[in-house]
Ligand binder design. Structure first.
Ligand code: 4NP
Length: 161
């Protein structure tokens, strides 16, 4: 099993979007049961909450279901449990680096910089205080980087066979 954790600030907009998109992509490629997906926030503000209604609506328009997701805060143990810990922006990355124990096998990575293909941006911008365009842009960036991540995981699974 390969485990993937997407992380943003509140775990109600960007990382649940990535979570929902990546679950669907793994299912489309027959990898359900081989890849476990989760998401978390560096902050605890929204723990236990469902995703932001704007994020859920934008995701649903593209066929992604975020309705079962609930926010939680990232914890140090995540760096032992997950094979990929993927930060949405530089501030999230810095917070995760501070949380990551020195002997943990997994280090946090900047999601777009590592797996993005079509866009120049290295960060998924925070859409929380903006309009609905921001949520569409999050989906565009996340869908693209999820393709790159999927290719990396498929190669990893093939090597392990
Ligand atoms: P997210 O967006 O990190 O993509 O979930 C935010 C959600 C909540 C807040 C900021 C960003 N907030 O300040 O409450």
């Amino acid at each position: 099993m390969i485990r993937v954790l997407f992380v943003c600030l509140g775990n109600i907009c960007r990382s649940p979007t990535a979570h929902g998109v990546f679950v669907k992509k793994t299912e489309e490629h027959g990898l359900q049961g081989q890849v476990d997906v989760d998401s978390a926030g560096t902050a605890a503000y929204h723990c236990g909450e469902a995703p932001d209604a704007r994020a859920s609506a934008a995701a649903a328009r593209r066929g992604y279901d975020l309705s079962e997701l609930r926010a939680r805060q990232a914890v140090a143990e995540d760096f032992y449990t997950f094979d990929y810990v993927l930060a949405m922006d530089h501030a999230n990355l810095i917070n995760l680096q501070a949380l990551c124990p020195s002997d943990a096998p997994t280090r946090p990575q900047l999601f777009l910089q590592t797996y993005g293909r079509r866009f120049q941006e290295s960060e998924v911008p925070d859409p929380y205080y903006g309009g609905s365009d921001g949520f569409e842009h999050v989906l565009d960036l996340v869908e693209d980087a999820c393709e790159g991540l999927l290719a990396d995981i498929q190669a990893r699974l093939e090597r392990a066979q």
